[in-house]
Write a protein that binds this ligand. Structure first.
Ligand SMILES: [Zn+2]
Length: 375
């Protein structure tokens, strides 16, 4: 038990150490260890990190017209059934609403914190029902409901190997079922950015062995892995070394990894350019955040009026095949109305309208379509 705790880089004070020497070594490790540099040394980032915070008043590109074509929304959520689920969140209603917005396809997945819901298994069934109702035009990412919160607790408290083995079994079943295009949304660093997220912190170093086992299963099965990793916390503390060093570690161990970074990787456009140059198979999904106060230090790609920053627009033109639409809709959550989704899609169409048509089409639809076709 002590060995497991030391490997994790953090030590539960409840653990009884067999000897005083082990205890002292454990205490020393608390002081000198850092999650990422503990067990497996992370490779260097492989590129020069830019730690600049972009000016939120910098140049934007004004959209002249809205993109009118089909959208493939590669990042939507759908809560497990519960007392708080609004009536408008049946699979039929959701599919009808997507179609009404000319969102012709979508990828639905559990949120990183879905494991908090006691009936998260039912949530998986509900998502399956949405897939069925849509005739397969909505597909699923699986697994984060039984993996993500478990990983967080396993790292910060303790875990037993049998429990890990049974979760890996579930993961293999999901990967081989043919019903999951990948695993996600898994969050390694997910901070409490607003009061709604209180009690929802997720912090799992990339070199935590159970996490690495999960990633390698996904890579072996050539499915996609959708990762949410915040490189800064809301107080401005940097986790860039952990996140970008962690990504380097994942690719070092799994050269065939199919990785999607959620929400434009939540860093500045210079770092995203470096990531794209470095990892030719890496994809990035895009969410438009206008409430900048809820996205402190995380680099929104639009200003508070919903206009795309020029540096991001240029990056999309430079790498038109690497970005996807990912609204991060939360269907079935209290307060999540249909109007909210309509608004998000309207903003997305406005943003896409500020790009050359071929680039807009690629980001809106073609990129994710191709990525799924290749599976
Ligand atoms: Zn999400």
């Amino acid at each position: 038990m002590a060995a497991v705790s030391l490997m994790k880089g953090q030590v539960s004070w409840k653990i009884m150490y067999p000897s005083l020497i082990t205890y002292i070594v454990g205490c020393l490790l608390i002081f000198i260890s850092h999650p990422v540099i503990s067990a497996t040394p992370s490779p260097s980032l492989g590129f020069e990190l830019s730690q600049k915070q972009s000016d939120s008043n910098r140049a934007v590109r004004i959209s002249k017209s809205k993109y009118q074509g089909p959208i493939f929304d590669a990042h939507i959520h759908y809560n497990p059934p519960g007392r708080q689920n609004p009536d408008n969140a049946t699979p039929e209603m959701i599919w009808k609403m997507l179609k009404s917005q000319n969102v012709t396809h979508a990828l639905v997945m559990p949120t990183p914190n879905e494991g908090h819901s006691r009936n998260h298994d039912e949530g998986a069934k509900l998502k399956q029902e949405l897939v069925r109702v849509s005739g397969g035009k909505v597909q699923r990412f699986c697994g984060s409901n039984y993996l993500n919160l478990w990983l967080h607790r396993a790292y910060h408290e303790e875990y037993n190997e049998d429990d890990l083995a049974s979760r890996l079994d579930l993961l293999r079943k999901d990967l081989m079922s043919g019903k999951c295009i990948g695993i996600g949304e898994i969050a390694t660093y997910h901070f409490e950015k607003n009061p709604r997220q209180s009690g929802r912190l997720l912090e799992i170093p990339f070199n935590f062995p159970p996490f690495l086992k999960i990633v390698s299963e996904v890579a072996k099965n050539q499915r996609w892995f959708l990762l949410h990793a915040e490189p800064m916390d809301p107080n401005g503390k940097s986790f860039e070394a952990q996140v970008f060093g962690g990504i380097a570690l994942l690719y070092e161990q799994n050269s065939e990894l199919k990785l999607i970074l959620a929400h434009s990787a939540m860093t500045n456009s210079d770092n995203v350019r470096q990531l794209l140059l470095h990892y030719p198979s890496l994809m990035v999904d895009l969410k438009l955040v206008t409430k900048h106060h809820e996205w402190r230090y995380l680099e929104p790609i639009v200003n508070t009026d919903d206009n795309i920053y020029e540096d991001w627009a240029k990056l999309f033109e430079e790498f038109p095949t690497r970005f996807l639409v990912g609204t991060d809709a939360k269907f079935g959550r209290q307060g999540w109305t249909i109007e909210k989704y309509v608004k998000r899609i309207a903003s997305m169409r406005k943003m896409l309208g500020s790009l050359p048509t071929d680039v807009a089409q690629r980001i809106a639809y073609e990129n994710v379509h191709e990525l799924i076709k290749k599976l």
